[in-house]
Design a protein around this ligand. Structure first.
Ligand SMILES: Nc1nc2c(ncn2[C@@H]2O[C@H](COP(=O)(O)OP(=O)(O)OP(=O)(O)O)[C@@H](O)[C@H]2O)c(=O)[nH]1
Ligand SMILES: [Mg+2]
Length: 304
C-alpha cells in the first residue's frame, strides 16, 4: 500500500469525527460567534490534542479576521498550516548509523504494541540489508519469547531469548554479546510492560540500561517508548513516568488506525516534548511508517 493510502486510512476515524466537522461548524452565512469557536475547541479537545494546544490554536484563529463565503475553508487552511508547523521539527531524528550494533531498547506499558513494533522495524531494517538481532528481555510473561520469535521468523531475522523467569538484564547482556560477535547492525531489546509493581518495572528497565552500557559503553543508543494512541491522556501520564524514570529518546505511536483521537500527536509534542518517530497503522508487517508532519496533516484534513 502506498504511504499516502496508509496515512489516509490510518487517520480516517480522526478525520471523519473531528476535522471533517469543521465545515459543519463554520457554515457559510452563519455569524462567527464565540459559540462556533467553543464548538471547534470541544472538537479539538475530543481528538485528544490537549487543552493547551487547542486553546492556542483557537486564539490564533480568533486573532485573524475570518470573513467571506468560505470561512470553513479558511479555518481548515490555517489549522492545517499551524499544525504542520508545530510538528515539523519532529522529522529530524536519525539513528547513529556509525555505531555498530545500534542498540534500541523498546519500552512501554503492556499491550501498547512493543513486540509488534519491533517486528515491523526488524522487517524494515532487514529490507535495507541490515543484519538485525532481536532480544526478548521480557522474561516475566510466559508467551513473550514465543511471540517475539514469531515476529523474527516473519521478518527473517534472528532472535535470542531465555527461559521464563531468567534475569532480563542478563538476557540483554548476552544478546548484546551475541550481536557484537555476529556483527549485527541493529539490536532491538524487547522489554516487559508489566511486573508485580510499577516500581519493579522501572527498576528493571534501569538495570537493563546499566547492563547494556556495561557491555558496550553508550548503549542503548536509543530508547523507544511505545504509546497506544487509543489510551489518550492516560497514555500520556504513563509516558511521562517512563520518560522520568528510564529516559526516552523517541516515541512510536501505535493503533492510530483504531481511534478518532489522532490529535494525541499534538499533545505528545506539547506535553511530553518527545519526538514521534514512527506511527503504527495496523497489525501487519508493513503497517508502520515514519512520522511525517505533512502526511499527518494531509490525513487529518483529506484532499481539499
Ligand atoms: N490496529 C493496530 N493494532 C496494533 C498496532 N500495533 C500493535 N497492535 C496490536 O496490539 C496488540 C498488542 O501488541 P503487542 O505487540 O503484543 O504489545 P506489547 O506492548 O508487546 O505487549 P506486552 O508484551 O504484553 O507488554 C496486538 O494484538 C497487536 O496486533 C497498530 O499499529 N494498529
Ligand atoms: Mg510484548
Amino acid at each position: 500500500m502506498s504511504l499516502f493510502r496508509l496515512w489516509d486510512r490510518g487517520l480516517q476515524k480522526t478525520r471523519k469525527n473531528v476535522f471533517s466537522r469543521i465545515g459543519n461548524i463554520f457554515q457559510s452565512g452563519k455569524n462567527i460567534s464565540d459559540e462556533l469557536y467553543d464548538e471547534l475547541e470541544a472538537l479539538l479537545i475530543e481528538s485528544d490534542a490537549g487543552i493547551e494546544i487547542s486553546l492556542q490554536l483557537i486564539d490564533e484563529l480568533r486573532s485573524i479576521c475570518l470573513e467571506g463565503d468560505d470561512v470553513a475553508g479558511q479555518v481548515r487552511r490555517i489549522l492545517k498550516r499551524r499544525i504542520q508547523e508545530i510538528l515539523t521539527e519532529e522529522e529530524q531524528l536519525t539513528d547513529h548509523n556509525n555505531v555498530k550494533p545500534h542498540v534500541k531498547m523498546v519500552i512501554g506499558v503492556n499491550g501498547t504494541g512493543k513486540t509488534t513494533t519491533i517486528g515491523k522495524l526488524a522487517w524494515q531494517n532487514k529490507k535495507k540489508g541490515r543484519k538485525v538481532l532481536l532480544a526478548c528481555a521480557d522474561t516475566f510473561r510466559a508467551a513473550a519469547g514465543e511471540q517475539l520469535e514469531l515476529w523474527a521468523k516473519q521478518a527473517k531475522v534472528d532472535c535470542v531469548r531465555q527461559k521464563t523467569g531468567a534475569d532480563p538484564a542478563a538476557v540483554a547482556f548476552d544478546a548484546l554479546d551475541a550481536a557484537i560477535a555476529r556483527g549485527a547492525d541493529v539490536l532491538f531489546v524487547d522489554t516487559a510492560g508489566r511486573l508485580h509493581t510499577q516500581v519493579n518495572l522501572m527498576e528493571e528497565l534501569k538495570k537493563i540500561r546499566r547492563v547494556l552500557d556495561k557491555r558496550m559503553p553508550g548503549a542503548p543508543h536509543s530508547t523507544l517508548l511505545v504509546l497506544d494512541a487509543t489510551t489518550g491522556q492516560n497514555g500520556l501520564r504513563q509516558a511521562d513516568q517512563f520518560a522520568r524514570s528510564v529516559g526516552v529518546t523517541e516515541v512510536a505511536l501505535t493503533k492510530l488506525d483504531g481511534t478518532a483521537r489522532g490529535g494525541i500527536v499534538l499533545a505528545i509534542k506539547q506535553q511530553l516534548g518527545l519526538p514521534i518517530r514512527w506511527v503504527g497503522m495496523g497489525e501487519g508487517l508493513e503497517d508502520l511508517v515514519p512520522f511525517n508532519a505533512e502526511a499527518f496533516v494531509g490525513g487529518l484534513f483529506g484532499e481539499e
